[in-house]
Design a protein. Structure first.
Ligand code: PEP
Ligand code: MN
Length: 338
């Protein structure tokens, strides 16, 4: 950490900064230049309150030199790490496409969806039983009954299930229902109590990016989960809110190489909630895989036009199959498998 002092700083003010740093367990080193004095602070700056230092008289600014995240940082783990879900690996050579409807609706719908997931060659299934809807009057999901319908449909094909946890009070129910992957949705990315609790489990977590979260905020959210001991974290970019309204959200493809540099954890993309239209999903999926994503989270419904939520963005089972074929070619060019 570097503390840049104001141009007319006094010796007493510099001494006070040194004393404060020492009391925080940091080693201060003063460098006096002709125009400016800076105080370098050696030590673990992550627990240091930057604002407390900035509030001291004579301090112009405080510059951090370390990343605020630790466990999830590439700095602390040079090689790519993978997340295992049974015998399926996310973040390895093979790309994984997680597909399924936005919401669990009925047994027949989920049975048909599971069949479509397997027919397309996907190895994991998604669906929401607890839905974060913008309107309290919209369909909120089937709840625990939905989890049961989901598990029984997926179990017929040994498909691991991915489903969203919105409320910490439902965590035990998720664990007793053997949810394979807990999805933390965009609206809960900074629900720190929820993050802490999933951090105490060993269940893999898909952490979606907040609607308007910076990459650093997102990495810090993952750090909350990791700090509790759960390192099975998969980042999922799902589009961010911008000024553009020609599509639902703007898929931040740039986040893929940036995250790959900043963290060793796997990164997947949700093209469905990014574009918001089924016809955009193939192009966004191709771009994501080409940019280095480890997989996709795609909405597919056996009868998209009848979906109870996000009907406009769901692929049909046939469209999902076509997409998987297209992605195979891109995967091969990149030396990956699908
Ligand atoms: C979802 O995956 O169905 C969902 C609600 O996603 P998000 O949190 O990205 O909006
Ligand atoms: Mn959805």
């Amino acid at each position: 950490m570097i503390i840049v002092m104001q141009s007319h700083v006094t010796d007493e003010q510099i001494q006070l900064v040194q004393d404060r740093l020492s009391s925080m367990g940091m080693q201060p080193h003063v460098s006096r230049g002709i125009e400016r004095t800076v105080v370098g602070a050696i030590g673990d700056e992550r627990a240091i309150d930057q604002e407390a230092l900035e509030a001291l008289q004579g301090v112009e600014k405080v510059v951090r030199v370390m990343k605020p995240y630790k466990i999830v940082a590439r700095e602390s783990h040079e090689y790519d790490s993978t997340v295992k879900i049974g015998d399926i690996i996310i973040g390895g050579k093979a790309l994984q496409v997680i597909a399924g409807p936005c919401s669990v609706e009925t047994k027949a719908q989920m049975d048909a969806a599971a069949e479509g997931v397997v027919a397309a060659g996907c190895r994991l299934m998604r669906a929401g039983a607890f839905k974060p809807r913008s309107s309290p009057y919209a369909f909120q999901g089937l709840g625990v009954e939905g989890l049961e319908i989901f598990k029984s449909a997926a179990n017929q094909y040994n498909l691991p299930v991915v489903t969203e946890l919105m409320d910490v009070r439902m965590l035990d129910v998720f664990l007793t229902h053997n949810v394979d992957v807990i999805q933390i949705g965009t609206r809960n990315m900074q629900n720190f109590d929820l993050l802490k609790e999933v951090g105490r489990t060993h269940t893999p977590v898909i952490l979606k990016r907040g609607l308007s979260a910076t990459i650093e905020e997102w990495l810090m959210a993952a750090e909350y989960i990791a700090a509790g001991g759960n390192h099975n974290i998969i980042f999922c970019e799902r589009g961010v809110r911008t000024y553009e309204n020609a599509y639902r959200n703007m898929l931040d493809v740039t986040a893929i190489p940036v995250l790959k540099r900043e963290t060793h954890l796997p990164v997947i993309i949700d093209p469905s909630h990014a574009g918001g239209k089924a016809w955009m999903v193939p192009a966004l999926s191709r771009a994501a895989i080409a940019a280095g994503a480890d997989g996709l989270l795609v909405e597919m419904h056996p009868e998209p036009e009848k979906a109870w939520s996000d009907a406009d963005q769901a692929l049909s089972p046939k469209e999902l199959g076509v997409l998987m074929g297209e992605l195979q070619g891109i995967a091969a060019v990149l030396g990956r498998e699908l």
